[in-house]
Design a binder for this molecule. Structure first.
Ligand code: ADP
Ligand code: MG
Length: 621
């Protein structure tokens, strides 16, 4: 059969893998073993759930065989196997949507890149780091024919009919110079222990063992087969018997991550429902966290039988960065993907798991704030998503998010902001509507600066939507300083007088601006600026209205701000003295436009702004 070409991306990827992973090529073995383990999981699942497969033998094992003289290493399994089509699809193309991203993300830094490779599941190709050529002989369960796939990893691959006594896959590596070191039983045992000890199936190693022959006073080479992994489901053991290293190893083997996890939560529930959960928080947010087609990170087992690992229904979407295992005693083995969603048992496990994860996080936040900071630096955004979507857990999520503030460097919790409140402070205040630098210089903050009151800076794009729906933290009100009514908190006795005195000017300004503004009012929140714009209680901020409009909701009406005027400002006092003068018209517009500019909002008519500015300048020179 003619040689088939690799999909272009495969060749590109191969080159990159070989060059970026040179510093620890040993991970190729973890990748091949994990593929075998996946293949065994798949077959086991079918033999318990599918009528056709039920009659097939299932004798799960993974075999490593070393042939030192010939320089080959073989990894074989009695798993699901691949037919001709599968071989072409799985080993000749990269069907995954994440691959393009993967290629873009590669940095050339070996440590980082090997981590990426695990996340994107391009594991098989890593074997070309240690092999000049690879043969894969495979026979799919339930089929008679076997096929051989051969490639040097450069020019493409060949496929031809082959023989295999039973279903499964045999991968033979013709080791290259770099790979020679792996034709060694000690080295292999060490690598298996390190990466694959908790693979649920036995891994056997066959090699030439030298044994002392007392009779002939020489050592004999004896072909030996030994099991080299623990093959136990670590999560079923008692917490107290498991070391941190074992947890970390398991994490690495199930995720392909090369960095230790931040923390893990291991729970055994007994009673009305029996299940075990083991959740890990990766040190770095998974790369697909912000992609719509992210991969779910939790594996579902039923009585230690692997069921599936790509479901997005095992945890709520905002916890999509969590990795780990749910192992239930109560679910039926043949629970179907469709039924999973409405399954009562699984829903209870899910609810309890979310509570567990959040409460563990909260206790870390209290006990070890530095460690928690590492967490929140990666995962603040998904926690905020949770605030928006998971109403049942809103209280605890409010304790978990961290925000910027006018009072402290870095990030603060709402609890700390609450503790810092002044005796007569009526609410915890927040400001939204733009990047941090803009928010920090907003005129809206002037009264708070003057009174030394803390304001939380909500500069993340999602903040306004998330916090817009949240009125309270515990029994303390949360208020946005962008809202007109928030300044009620600062009303003083002299105001009605000021308002009466200012009334003619307000009327004048209102008539100059027409329906460009909703209203013109006296402000109590300004100190240094003559004016500012705010929005009403029930409507989103002007920035958000602007954004929604830009995002294709053109039927939204033009956002109309309320203009507030600072009665104590020099300009305003002067304007009040000459209400009949035409300069007031120009001033009215300039007061509005400068307030909009300070909020980072665009001017509707920049040309007119400049004309007015020049007229006023001209008068003052
Ligand atoms: P991943 O394991 O993340 O899918 P790999 O590059 O490691 O990516 O493997 C690609 C695909 O090749 C697998 O998804 C699987 O379909 C197939 N495959 C690889 N090794 C085996 C095997 N030993 N038995 C059956 N299928 C396999
Ligand atoms: Mg793999």
């Amino acid at each position: 059969m003619a040689k088939q070409e690799f999909q272009t991306e495969v060749s590109q990827l191969l080159q990159l893998i070989i060059h970026s992973l040179y510093s620890h090529p040993e991970i190729f073995l973890r990748e091949l073993i994990s593929n075998s383990s996946d293949a065994l999981d798949k077959l086991r699942y079918l033999t318990v759930t599918d009528e056709v497969y039920k009659s097939l033998p299932f004798d799960p094992r993974i075999d490593l065989e070393v042939d030192e003289p010939n320089g080959t290493l073989t990894v074989s399994d009695s798993g699901i196997g691949m037919n001709e089509e599968d071989l072409i699809a799985h080993l000749g193309t990269i069907a995954r949507s994440g691959t393009k991203n993967f290629l873009n993300q590669l940095s050339g830094d070996a440590k980082k890149d090997s981590n990426l490779i695990g996340q994107f599941g391009v594991g098989f190709y890593s074997a070309f780091m240690v092999a000049d050529s690879i043969e894969v002989v495979s026979r799919k369960a339930g089929e008679e024919k076997a096929w051989k796939w051969t490639s040097d990893g450069k020019s493409g691959f060949d496929i031809e009919p082959a023989e295999r006594a039973a279903a499964g896959t045999t991968v033979t590596l013709h080791l290259n110079e770099e790979g020679k070191q792996y034709a060694n039983s000690w080295r292999l045992k060490e690598i298996v222990k390190k990466y694959s000890n908790h693979i649920a199936f036995p891994i056997y190693l066959t090699y030439d063992k030298s044994e002392w022959n007392e009779a002939e006073k020489k050592s004999d080479s004896v072909r030996t087969t030994e099991q080299v992994n623990a093959a136990s489901a670590l999560w079923r053991r008692n917490k107290s018997e498991i070391t941190s290293d074992e947890y970390t190893e398991l994490y690495k083997s199930i995720t392909g991550d090369s960095v230790d996890p931040l923390f893990w939560f291991h729970t055994r529930a007994e009673g009305s429902l029996d299940y075990t959960t083991l959740f890990f928080i990766p040190a770095k947010a998974p790369l697909d966290m912000y992609q719509a087609e992210y991969k779910g990170g939790v594996k579902l087992y039923v009585k230690r039988v692997f069921i599936l690992d790509d479901s997005k229904d095992l945890l709520p979407q905002y916890l999509r960065f969590v990795r780990g295992i749910i192992d239930s005693e109560d679910l039926p083995l043949n629970v179907s993907r469709e039924l999973l969603q409405q399954n009562r048992v699984l829903n209870s496990i899910k609810t309890a798991s979310v509570k567990k994860i959040l409460s563990e996080l909260k206790s870390i936040a209290t006990k070890d704030p530095d460690k928690y900071l590492e967490f929140i630096t990666q995962y603040n955004r998904p926690m905020k998503e949770g605030l928006y979507t998971d109403h049942a857990n809103r209280e605890i999520l409010l304790d978990l998010v961290r925000l910027k503030s006018t009072k402290v460097e870095g990030l603060t919790s709402l609890a700390d902001a609450k503790a810092r409140m002044q005796a007569d402070q009526k609410a915890i205040y927040t400001i939204t509507g733009g990047p941090e630098s803009l928010l920090r210089t907003s005129p809206l903050l002037e009264i708070y600066k003057k009174k030394d009151i803390e304001v939380l800076i909500l500069d993340d794009e999602v903040d306004e939507i998330v916090f817009g729906g949240i009125e309270k933290y515990g029994d303390t009100e949360l208020k946005s300083v962008n809202k007109s009514a928030t300044s009620e908190d600062f009303k003083s006795d002299e105001e009605p007088e000021q308002a009466t005195a200012l009334e003619p000017l307000l009327v004048r300004i209102k008539s100059a601006l027409g329906d460009r503004v909703k209203d013109v009012r006296v402000s109590v929140r300004l100190a240094d600026s003559p004016s500012c714009v705010v929005s009403d209680e029930e409507e989103p901020s002007i920035q958000l209205q602007q954004m929604l409009k830009a995002m294709g909701q053109p039927e939204l009406p033009e956002p109309k701000p309320t203009l507030e005027i600072n009665p104590d400002h020099e300009i305003v006092k002067k304007l009040l003295a000459k209400p009949e003068d035409t300069v007031v018209d120009d001033a009215a517009w300039l007061l509005l436009d400068q307030a909009l500019l300070m909020e980072g909002l665009p001017l509707k008519e920049p040309a007119k702004f400049v004309q007015r500015l020049n007229r006023v300048l001209n008068l003052s020179i």
